[in-house]
Design a protein around this ligand. Structure first.
Ligand SMILES: Cc1cc2nc3c(=O)[nH]c(=O)nc-3n(C[C@H](O)[C@H](O)[C@H](O)COP(=O)(O)O)c2cc1C
Ligand SMILES: [Mn+2]
Length: 482
Protein backbone atom coordinates (compact mmCIF):
# COMPACT_ATOMS: atom_id res chain seq x y z
CA UNK A 1 0.00 0.00 0.00
CA UNK A 2 1.40 3.35 -1.01
CA UNK A 3 2.09 5.84 1.77
CA UNK A 4 -0.57 8.53 1.83
CA UNK A 5 1.75 11.23 3.05
CA UNK A 6 4.82 12.11 5.08
CA UNK A 7 3.13 10.96 8.29
CA UNK A 8 2.62 7.45 6.93
CA UNK A 9 6.32 7.37 6.07
CA UNK A 10 7.28 8.56 9.55
CA UNK A 11 5.11 5.81 11.03
CA UNK A 12 6.79 3.19 8.84
CA UNK A 13 10.23 4.44 9.86
CA UNK A 14 9.21 4.29 13.49
CA UNK A 15 7.79 0.76 13.15
CA UNK A 16 11.09 -0.35 11.63
CA UNK A 17 13.12 1.24 14.44
CA UNK A 18 14.56 3.72 11.97
CA UNK A 19 13.36 6.91 13.65
CA UNK A 20 14.25 8.67 16.87
CA UNK A 21 12.07 11.39 18.32
CA UNK A 22 13.90 14.23 20.04
CA UNK A 23 11.43 15.62 22.60
CA UNK A 24 13.53 18.54 23.88
CA UNK A 25 14.54 21.84 22.31
CA UNK A 26 17.33 21.82 19.71
CA UNK A 27 18.25 24.92 17.73
CA UNK A 28 17.61 24.89 13.95
CA UNK A 29 20.54 27.27 13.78
CA UNK A 30 23.50 24.85 13.43
CA UNK A 31 22.60 22.45 16.28
CA UNK A 32 20.24 20.27 14.23
CA UNK A 33 22.97 19.98 11.57
CA UNK A 34 25.41 18.65 14.15
CA UNK A 35 22.81 16.08 15.27
CA UNK A 36 22.03 15.01 11.70
CA UNK A 37 25.70 14.84 10.69
CA UNK A 38 26.63 12.65 13.65
CA UNK A 39 23.59 10.43 13.07
CA UNK A 40 24.32 9.75 9.41
CA UNK A 41 28.04 9.20 9.98
CA UNK A 42 27.39 6.67 12.75
CA UNK A 43 24.58 4.77 11.01
CA UNK A 44 22.01 6.38 13.31
CA UNK A 45 18.27 6.72 12.65
CA UNK A 46 16.13 9.41 11.05
CA UNK A 47 15.46 12.24 13.50
CA UNK A 48 12.16 13.90 14.32
CA UNK A 49 12.78 17.07 16.32
CA UNK A 50 9.52 17.66 18.11
CA UNK A 51 10.58 21.06 19.42
CA UNK A 52 12.96 22.92 17.17
CA UNK A 53 14.00 25.80 19.44
CA UNK A 54 11.59 28.71 18.99
CA UNK A 55 9.02 26.78 16.91
CA UNK A 56 5.96 24.59 17.32
CA UNK A 57 6.42 22.86 13.93
CA UNK A 58 8.29 19.52 14.21
CA UNK A 59 11.22 18.91 11.87
CA UNK A 60 12.12 15.66 10.10
CA UNK A 61 15.67 15.01 8.87
CA UNK A 62 17.70 11.99 7.61
CA UNK A 63 14.52 10.18 6.54
CA UNK A 64 16.37 8.69 3.51
CA UNK A 65 19.80 8.52 5.12
CA UNK A 66 20.56 4.77 4.80
CA UNK A 67 19.91 2.06 2.23
CA UNK A 68 17.38 0.53 4.64
CA UNK A 69 15.48 3.83 4.81
CA UNK A 70 15.59 4.13 1.01
CA UNK A 71 13.98 0.68 0.87
CA UNK A 72 11.29 1.73 3.34
CA UNK A 73 10.72 4.94 1.36
CA UNK A 74 10.25 3.01 -1.87
CA UNK A 75 8.51 0.04 -0.18
CA UNK A 76 10.97 -2.58 -1.46
CA UNK A 77 13.40 -5.06 0.08
CA UNK A 78 16.14 -3.86 -2.27
CA UNK A 79 16.20 -0.84 -4.57
CA UNK A 80 17.20 -3.30 -7.30
CA UNK A 81 13.51 -4.31 -7.30
CA UNK A 82 12.69 -0.88 -8.69
CA UNK A 83 15.29 -1.40 -11.42
CA UNK A 84 13.79 -4.83 -12.19
CA UNK A 85 10.30 -3.29 -12.52
CA UNK A 86 11.68 -0.71 -14.94
CA UNK A 87 13.29 -3.45 -17.03
CA UNK A 88 9.99 -5.32 -17.09
CA UNK A 89 8.26 -2.30 -18.61
CA UNK A 90 11.08 -1.53 -21.01
CA UNK A 91 11.02 -5.09 -22.32
CA UNK A 92 7.25 -5.15 -22.64
CA UNK A 93 6.18 -5.89 -26.20
CA UNK A 94 2.86 -6.79 -27.74
CA UNK A 95 2.41 -10.54 -27.22
CA UNK A 96 1.26 -12.90 -29.96
CA UNK A 97 -2.34 -14.16 -30.05
CA UNK A 98 -5.49 -13.16 -28.24
CA UNK A 99 -4.73 -15.01 -25.00
CA UNK A 100 -1.33 -13.34 -24.80
CA UNK A 101 -2.90 -9.94 -25.41
CA UNK A 102 -5.51 -10.50 -22.72
CA UNK A 103 -2.78 -11.52 -20.28
CA UNK A 104 -1.10 -8.23 -21.06
CA UNK A 105 -4.10 -6.12 -19.97
CA UNK A 106 -3.29 -5.94 -16.25
CA UNK A 107 0.19 -4.67 -17.10
CA UNK A 108 -1.28 -1.98 -19.34
CA UNK A 109 -3.79 -1.04 -16.66
CA UNK A 110 -0.85 -0.73 -14.28
CA UNK A 111 0.80 1.77 -16.64
CA UNK A 112 -2.44 3.76 -16.74
CA UNK A 113 -2.52 3.92 -12.96
CA UNK A 114 0.75 5.85 -12.70
CA UNK A 115 -0.61 9.10 -14.10
CA UNK A 116 -1.24 11.87 -11.56
CA UNK A 117 -4.84 12.75 -10.77
CA UNK A 118 -6.19 16.20 -10.03
CA UNK A 119 -8.51 16.11 -7.02
CA UNK A 120 -10.84 18.77 -5.62
CA UNK A 121 -9.24 19.23 -2.26
CA UNK A 122 -6.27 18.06 -0.27
CA UNK A 123 -4.85 18.02 3.23
CA UNK A 124 -2.30 20.64 2.18
CA UNK A 125 -5.14 23.19 1.93
CA UNK A 126 -6.36 23.01 5.52
CA UNK A 127 -4.93 26.47 6.17
CA UNK A 128 -4.68 29.17 3.51
CA UNK A 129 -2.58 32.22 4.31
CA UNK A 130 -2.76 35.02 1.77
CA UNK A 131 -1.71 37.74 4.18
CA UNK A 132 0.03 37.82 7.49
CA UNK A 133 2.38 34.91 6.81
CA UNK A 134 6.10 34.52 7.19
CA UNK A 135 8.72 31.98 6.22
CA UNK A 136 10.13 32.52 9.69
CA UNK A 137 7.09 30.64 11.02
CA UNK A 138 8.90 27.43 10.02
CA UNK A 139 12.05 25.93 11.58
CA UNK A 140 14.18 26.48 8.49
CA UNK A 141 17.78 25.48 9.11
CA UNK A 142 20.90 27.51 9.07
CA UNK A 143 23.04 24.49 8.20
CA UNK A 144 26.70 25.53 8.52
CA UNK A 145 28.52 28.41 10.22
CA UNK A 146 29.44 30.34 7.07
CA UNK A 147 26.10 29.87 5.28
CA UNK A 148 24.56 33.06 3.92
CA UNK A 149 21.39 32.47 5.94
CA UNK A 150 18.65 29.88 6.39
CA UNK A 151 17.93 27.46 3.54
CA UNK A 152 14.94 25.31 2.63
CA UNK A 153 16.85 22.20 1.59
CA UNK A 154 14.22 19.65 0.54
CA UNK A 155 11.73 21.63 -1.58
CA UNK A 156 9.76 20.33 -4.57
CA UNK A 157 9.86 23.22 -7.01
CA UNK A 158 7.06 23.13 -9.59
CA UNK A 159 7.06 25.14 -12.81
CA UNK A 160 5.64 24.84 -16.31
CA UNK A 161 7.46 24.70 -19.64
CA UNK A 162 6.07 27.76 -21.48
CA UNK A 163 6.47 26.06 -24.88
CA UNK A 164 4.95 22.66 -24.15
CA UNK A 165 2.87 23.39 -21.06
CA UNK A 166 4.50 20.37 -19.40
CA UNK A 167 5.11 20.38 -15.68
CA UNK A 168 8.52 20.03 -14.04
CA UNK A 169 9.37 19.29 -10.44
CA UNK A 170 12.97 19.71 -9.32
CA UNK A 171 14.63 19.99 -5.95
CA UNK A 172 16.33 23.39 -5.82
CA UNK A 173 17.26 24.90 -2.46
CA UNK A 174 15.75 28.21 -1.31
CA UNK A 175 17.92 30.79 0.47
CA UNK A 176 15.55 32.67 2.79
CA UNK A 177 16.08 36.45 2.42
CA UNK A 178 13.13 37.69 4.48
CA UNK A 179 9.58 36.73 5.52
CA UNK A 180 8.39 36.34 1.92
CA UNK A 181 11.42 36.22 -0.35
CA UNK A 182 13.95 33.51 -1.14
CA UNK A 183 16.61 32.68 -3.70
CA UNK A 184 15.74 30.18 -6.42
CA UNK A 185 18.81 28.03 -6.86
CA UNK A 186 17.98 26.19 -10.08
CA UNK A 187 21.34 25.63 -11.71
CA UNK A 188 21.65 26.56 -15.36
CA UNK A 189 21.38 22.95 -16.65
CA UNK A 190 18.19 22.20 -14.73
CA UNK A 191 14.64 22.33 -16.02
CA UNK A 192 13.44 25.20 -13.82
CA UNK A 193 16.24 27.35 -15.25
CA UNK A 194 15.29 26.29 -18.79
CA UNK A 195 11.66 27.31 -18.25
CA UNK A 196 12.85 30.64 -16.88
CA UNK A 197 15.16 31.24 -19.87
CA UNK A 198 12.43 30.45 -22.37
CA UNK A 199 9.87 32.70 -20.69
CA UNK A 200 12.36 35.53 -20.49
CA UNK A 201 13.36 35.12 -24.14
CA UNK A 202 9.73 35.04 -25.28
CA UNK A 203 9.29 38.43 -23.64
CA UNK A 204 5.51 38.05 -23.19
CA UNK A 205 5.42 37.83 -19.41
CA UNK A 206 7.22 39.68 -16.65
CA UNK A 207 6.93 36.93 -14.08
CA UNK A 208 7.05 33.16 -13.94
CA UNK A 209 4.71 31.31 -11.60
CA UNK A 210 6.30 28.83 -9.22
CA UNK A 211 4.92 26.59 -6.47
CA UNK A 212 7.03 24.82 -3.88
CA UNK A 213 5.83 21.81 -1.89
CA UNK A 214 7.67 20.85 1.29
CA UNK A 215 7.03 17.39 2.78
CA UNK A 216 4.93 14.76 0.96
CA UNK A 217 4.87 10.97 0.64
CA UNK A 218 8.43 9.68 0.22
CA UNK A 219 8.22 8.58 -3.46
CA UNK A 220 6.85 11.95 -4.52
CA UNK A 221 9.57 13.83 -2.65
CA UNK A 222 12.22 11.51 -4.05
CA UNK A 223 11.02 11.96 -7.65
CA UNK A 224 12.10 15.62 -7.54
CA UNK A 225 15.78 14.70 -7.55
CA UNK A 226 15.67 12.07 -10.32
CA UNK A 227 17.70 12.95 -13.44
CA UNK A 228 14.78 12.61 -15.84
CA UNK A 229 14.65 13.87 -19.42
CA UNK A 230 13.01 17.30 -19.89
CA UNK A 231 9.21 17.22 -20.02
CA UNK A 232 8.96 13.80 -18.40
CA UNK A 233 6.61 14.48 -15.49
CA UNK A 234 8.19 13.65 -12.13
CA UNK A 235 4.68 13.11 -10.74
CA UNK A 236 4.13 10.29 -13.24
CA UNK A 237 7.40 8.67 -12.17
CA UNK A 238 6.37 9.12 -8.53
CA UNK A 239 3.13 7.30 -9.43
CA UNK A 240 5.21 4.47 -10.88
CA UNK A 241 7.46 4.34 -7.79
CA UNK A 242 4.52 4.18 -5.38
CA UNK A 243 2.33 2.07 -7.72
CA UNK A 244 -0.47 4.52 -7.13
CA UNK A 245 -1.30 7.86 -8.76
CA UNK A 246 -0.08 11.04 -7.11
CA UNK A 247 -3.10 13.17 -6.21
CA UNK A 248 -2.62 16.81 -7.14
CA UNK A 249 -4.60 19.91 -6.18
CA UNK A 250 -4.77 23.22 -7.96
CA UNK A 251 -2.87 26.03 -6.28
CA UNK A 252 -4.88 28.93 -4.83
CA UNK A 253 -3.09 31.82 -6.53
CA UNK A 254 -1.00 30.38 -9.38
CA UNK A 255 -1.83 28.15 -12.34
CA UNK A 256 0.04 25.08 -11.11
CA UNK A 257 -0.79 21.92 -9.21
CA UNK A 258 0.93 20.50 -6.16
CA UNK A 259 0.71 17.14 -4.34
CA UNK A 260 -2.53 17.15 -2.32
CA UNK A 261 -0.80 15.42 0.59
CA UNK A 262 1.95 18.05 0.98
CA UNK A 263 2.69 19.48 4.42
CA UNK A 264 3.43 23.04 3.32
CA UNK A 265 3.10 24.78 -0.07
CA UNK A 266 4.64 28.12 -1.02
CA UNK A 267 2.95 29.80 -3.97
CA UNK A 268 4.46 32.73 -5.77
CA UNK A 269 6.52 33.90 -8.70
CA UNK A 270 9.96 34.74 -9.96
CA UNK A 271 10.33 38.17 -11.60
CA UNK A 272 12.02 37.60 -14.96
CA UNK A 273 15.35 39.41 -14.92
CA UNK A 274 15.59 39.95 -11.17
CA UNK A 275 18.74 38.42 -9.68
CA UNK A 276 20.13 38.44 -6.19
CA UNK A 277 23.15 37.02 -4.41
CA UNK A 278 22.48 33.43 -3.33
CA UNK A 279 24.74 31.59 -0.87
CA UNK A 280 27.34 30.87 0.29
CA UNK A 281 26.03 27.46 1.33
CA UNK A 282 27.78 24.46 2.89
CA UNK A 283 27.20 22.11 -0.01
CA UNK A 284 27.29 18.41 -0.78
CA UNK A 285 30.83 18.70 -2.13
CA UNK A 286 31.88 19.14 1.49
CA UNK A 287 32.93 22.71 0.66
CA UNK A 288 31.00 25.95 0.77
CA UNK A 289 29.63 26.69 -2.66
CA UNK A 290 30.40 30.29 -3.53
CA UNK A 291 27.77 32.99 -3.53
CA UNK A 292 26.42 33.65 -7.04
CA UNK A 293 23.58 35.53 -8.73
CA UNK A 294 20.28 33.61 -8.93
CA UNK A 295 16.61 34.44 -9.53
CA UNK A 296 14.42 35.52 -6.61
CA UNK A 297 11.25 33.73 -5.46
CA UNK A 298 8.48 35.96 -4.13
CA UNK A 299 6.08 34.01 -1.93
CA UNK A 300 2.56 35.43 -2.21
CA UNK A 301 0.54 32.72 -0.45
CA UNK A 302 1.21 29.79 1.85
CA UNK A 303 -1.13 26.85 2.15
CA UNK A 304 -0.46 24.16 4.71
CA UNK A 305 -1.87 21.51 7.00
CA UNK A 306 -3.15 22.61 10.41
CA UNK A 307 -0.15 21.04 12.12
CA UNK A 308 2.52 20.71 9.43
CA UNK A 309 5.76 18.76 9.74
CA UNK A 310 8.78 20.45 8.18
CA UNK A 311 10.92 18.03 6.13
CA UNK A 312 14.54 18.93 5.52
CA UNK A 313 18.06 17.61 5.01
CA UNK A 314 21.61 18.81 5.31
CA UNK A 315 24.46 18.28 2.90
CA UNK A 316 28.16 18.54 3.72
CA UNK A 317 31.29 16.38 3.85
CA UNK A 318 30.26 12.94 2.55
CA UNK A 319 28.59 10.64 3.22
CA UNK A 320 25.40 12.56 3.98
CA UNK A 321 21.73 11.77 3.38
CA UNK A 322 22.02 12.69 -0.30
CA UNK A 323 24.62 9.93 -0.80
CA UNK A 324 21.97 7.30 -0.10
CA UNK A 325 19.43 9.05 -2.29
CA UNK A 326 22.06 9.11 -5.05
CA UNK A 327 23.09 5.50 -4.50
CA UNK A 328 19.49 4.47 -5.13
CA UNK A 329 19.50 6.58 -8.33
CA UNK A 330 22.66 4.75 -9.43
CA UNK A 331 20.90 1.38 -8.99
CA UNK A 332 17.54 2.44 -10.45
CA UNK A 333 18.98 4.17 -13.52
CA UNK A 334 21.50 1.48 -14.46
CA UNK A 335 18.99 -0.43 -16.63
CA UNK A 336 18.04 2.80 -18.39
CA UNK A 337 21.70 3.56 -19.09
CA UNK A 338 22.12 0.01 -20.35
CA UNK A 339 19.37 0.51 -22.94
CA UNK A 340 21.71 2.94 -24.69
CA UNK A 341 24.94 1.29 -23.56
CA UNK A 342 24.39 -2.47 -23.18
CA UNK A 343 28.14 -2.99 -22.83
CA UNK A 344 28.00 -1.32 -19.40
CA UNK A 345 27.95 -4.07 -16.77
CA UNK A 346 27.89 -1.92 -13.66
CA UNK A 347 28.60 1.61 -12.47
CA UNK A 348 29.56 3.06 -9.11
CA UNK A 349 29.69 6.61 -7.82
CA UNK A 350 31.67 6.43 -4.56
CA UNK A 351 30.63 8.83 -1.81
CA UNK A 352 33.91 10.74 -1.97
CA UNK A 353 33.25 11.53 -5.64
CA UNK A 354 30.03 13.50 -4.82
CA UNK A 355 28.30 11.94 -7.90
CA UNK A 356 29.69 14.36 -10.44
CA UNK A 357 33.40 14.04 -9.65
CA UNK A 358 33.87 10.32 -10.20
CA UNK A 359 32.09 7.48 -11.93
CA UNK A 360 33.53 3.98 -12.14
CA UNK A 361 32.27 1.97 -15.10
CA UNK A 362 32.77 -1.72 -15.87
CA UNK A 363 32.27 -2.68 -19.53
CA UNK A 364 32.35 -5.78 -21.67
CA UNK A 365 35.02 -4.58 -24.10
CA UNK A 366 34.36 -5.69 -27.66
CA UNK A 367 36.46 -3.51 -29.96
CA UNK A 368 39.45 -1.16 -29.95
CA UNK A 369 38.67 2.20 -28.36
CA UNK A 370 35.53 0.85 -26.70
CA UNK A 371 36.31 2.45 -23.31
CA UNK A 372 36.59 5.88 -24.95
CA UNK A 373 33.30 5.40 -26.76
CA UNK A 374 31.64 4.70 -23.38
CA UNK A 375 33.22 7.83 -21.84
CA UNK A 376 31.92 9.98 -24.69
CA UNK A 377 28.46 8.47 -24.34
CA UNK A 378 28.34 9.16 -20.60
CA UNK A 379 29.44 12.75 -21.17
CA UNK A 380 26.46 13.01 -23.52
CA UNK A 381 23.90 11.37 -21.25
CA UNK A 382 21.62 13.72 -19.28
CA UNK A 383 23.04 14.79 -15.92
CA UNK A 384 25.87 12.23 -16.33
CA UNK A 385 27.37 15.00 -18.51
CA UNK A 386 28.75 16.45 -15.28
CA UNK A 387 31.06 13.45 -14.69
CA UNK A 388 34.44 15.09 -14.07
CA UNK A 389 36.35 11.83 -13.99
CA UNK A 390 35.27 8.57 -15.62
CA UNK A 391 37.28 5.43 -14.98
CA UNK A 392 36.47 2.56 -17.34
CA UNK A 393 37.51 -0.97 -16.40
CA UNK A 394 36.91 -4.44 -17.81
CA UNK A 395 33.89 -6.41 -16.66
CA UNK A 396 35.93 -8.67 -14.34
CA UNK A 397 36.53 -5.70 -12.03
CA UNK A 398 33.94 -5.16 -9.29
CA UNK A 399 33.31 -1.40 -9.45
CA UNK A 400 31.44 -1.48 -6.15
CA UNK A 401 34.81 -2.32 -4.58
CA UNK A 402 36.73 0.94 -4.80
CA UNK A 403 39.97 -0.66 -3.57
CA UNK A 404 39.84 -3.27 -6.30
CA UNK A 405 39.28 -0.54 -8.90
CA UNK A 406 42.20 1.55 -7.60
CA UNK A 407 44.48 -1.51 -7.55
CA UNK A 408 43.64 -2.81 -11.01
CA UNK A 409 43.13 0.52 -12.78
CA UNK A 410 46.42 1.97 -11.57
CA UNK A 411 48.24 -1.17 -12.72
CA UNK A 412 46.58 -1.09 -16.11
CA UNK A 413 47.28 2.45 -17.26
CA UNK A 414 50.08 4.12 -19.14
CA UNK A 415 48.90 7.59 -18.13
CA UNK A 416 49.95 9.51 -21.20
CA UNK A 417 48.36 6.94 -23.47
CA UNK A 418 45.22 6.13 -21.46
CA UNK A 419 44.01 9.44 -20.09
CA UNK A 420 41.78 11.55 -22.24
CA UNK A 421 40.78 15.14 -21.57
CA UNK A 422 37.76 16.89 -22.96
CA UNK A 423 35.96 20.18 -22.42
CA UNK A 424 32.31 20.71 -21.71
CA UNK A 425 29.64 21.70 -19.22
CA UNK A 426 30.53 21.06 -15.57
CA UNK A 427 28.46 20.97 -12.41
CA UNK A 428 27.63 24.45 -11.09
CA UNK A 429 29.10 23.38 -7.74
CA UNK A 430 32.57 22.71 -9.19
CA UNK A 431 34.81 25.30 -7.55
CA UNK A 432 37.96 24.31 -9.47
CA UNK A 433 36.76 24.69 -13.06
CA UNK A 434 38.22 27.61 -15.04
CA UNK A 435 34.78 29.14 -15.41
CA UNK A 436 31.47 28.60 -13.65
CA UNK A 437 29.64 25.79 -15.49
CA UNK A 438 32.44 25.20 -18.04
CA UNK A 439 35.64 23.22 -17.75
CA UNK A 440 37.52 20.02 -18.45
CA UNK A 441 36.85 16.38 -17.73
CA UNK A 442 39.10 13.34 -17.61
CA UNK A 443 38.48 9.83 -18.83
CA UNK A 444 40.76 6.99 -17.77
CA UNK A 445 40.82 3.92 -19.98
CA UNK A 446 41.87 1.31 -17.43
CA UNK A 447 40.80 -1.67 -19.51
CA UNK A 448 43.28 -4.25 -20.70
CA UNK A 449 44.92 -2.93 -23.88
CA UNK A 450 44.63 -4.80 -27.14
CA UNK A 451 46.96 -5.25 -30.13
CA UNK A 452 44.25 -3.42 -32.10
CA UNK A 453 45.00 -0.45 -29.86
CA UNK A 454 48.70 -0.70 -30.60
CA UNK A 455 49.62 -2.70 -27.52
CA UNK A 456 51.68 -5.73 -28.56
CA UNK A 457 53.42 -6.64 -25.29
CA UNK A 458 52.03 -9.64 -23.37
CA UNK A 459 49.42 -8.76 -20.68
CA UNK A 460 49.85 -10.62 -17.38
CA UNK A 461 47.07 -12.38 -15.48
CA UNK A 462 45.98 -11.53 -11.93
CA UNK A 463 47.60 -13.72 -9.27
CA UNK A 464 45.37 -16.39 -7.70
CA UNK A 465 46.15 -19.65 -5.84
CA UNK A 466 44.98 -22.95 -7.31
CA UNK A 467 41.84 -24.55 -5.86
CA UNK A 468 43.59 -27.81 -4.88
CA UNK A 469 46.24 -26.04 -2.84
CA UNK A 470 43.60 -23.87 -1.16
CA UNK A 471 41.63 -26.93 -0.17
CA UNK A 472 44.66 -28.73 1.22
CA UNK A 473 45.77 -25.68 3.18
CA UNK A 474 42.23 -25.28 4.58
CA UNK A 475 42.86 -28.61 6.26
CA UNK A 476 46.52 -27.93 7.19
CA UNK A 477 45.50 -24.52 8.56
CA UNK A 478 43.17 -26.20 11.04
CA UNK A 479 45.79 -28.79 11.89
CA UNK A 480 48.22 -25.99 12.70
CA UNK A 481 45.63 -24.61 15.12
CA UNK A 482 45.52 -21.26 13.33
C1 LIG B 1 19.09 17.56 -1.14
C2 LIG B 1 19.25 18.01 -2.57
C3 LIG B 1 19.38 19.37 -2.86
C4 LIG B 1 19.54 19.80 -4.17
N1 LIG B 1 19.67 21.13 -4.41
C5 LIG B 1 19.79 21.57 -5.68
C6 LIG B 1 19.87 22.97 -5.95
O1 LIG B 1 19.87 23.80 -5.05
N2 LIG B 1 19.97 23.37 -7.25
C7 LIG B 1 19.97 22.47 -8.29
O2 LIG B 1 20.02 22.88 -9.44
N3 LIG B 1 19.91 21.14 -8.06
C8 LIG B 1 19.81 20.67 -6.78
N4 LIG B 1 19.71 19.33 -6.54
C9 LIG B 1 19.76 18.38 -7.67
C10 LIG B 1 18.48 18.39 -8.49
O3 LIG B 1 17.36 18.23 -7.66
C11 LIG B 1 18.53 17.29 -9.54
O4 LIG B 1 19.58 17.59 -10.44
C12 LIG B 1 17.23 17.11 -10.31
O5 LIG B 1 17.34 16.00 -11.17
C13 LIG B 1 16.86 18.32 -11.12
O6 LIG B 1 15.61 18.10 -11.76
P1 LIG B 1 15.26 18.71 -13.19
O7 LIG B 1 16.05 17.92 -14.21
O8 LIG B 1 13.80 18.49 -13.31
O9 LIG B 1 15.65 20.13 -13.18
C14 LIG B 1 19.57 18.87 -5.22
C15 LIG B 1 19.43 17.51 -4.93
C16 LIG B 1 19.27 17.08 -3.62
C17 LIG B 1 19.15 15.62 -3.33
MN1 LIG C 1 12.63 17.31 -14.61
Amino acid sequence: MAYNDLRDFIQALEKNNELKRIPFEVDPILEITEFADRAVKSGGPALLFEKPKGYTTPLLINAYASMRRMQIALEVDSVDEVAARIVEFLEMKMPEGLIGKIKMLPKLAEVGSFFPRVVGKGACQEVVKTSDFSLFDYPILKCWPEDGGRFVTLPLVFSRNPDTGKRNCGMYRLHVYDERTTGMHWQTHKQGAEHYRRMKAAGKETRMEVAVAIGADPATMYSAILPLPPDLDEMMIAGFLRSSPVEMVKCKTVDLEVPANAEIVLEGHVELGELRTEGPFGDHTGFYSLADEYPVFHVTCIIQRKDPIYATTIVGPPPMEDFYMGKAIERIFLPLMRMQLPEVRDICMPAEGIFHNLILVAIRKSYPGHARKVMSAIWGLGQAMFSKCIVVVDEDVDVQNVREVAWKALNNIDPERDIQFTLGPVDSLDHASRLVNYGSKMGVDATRKWPGEGFTRPWPGVIAMSAEVKQRVDWLWKKAGL
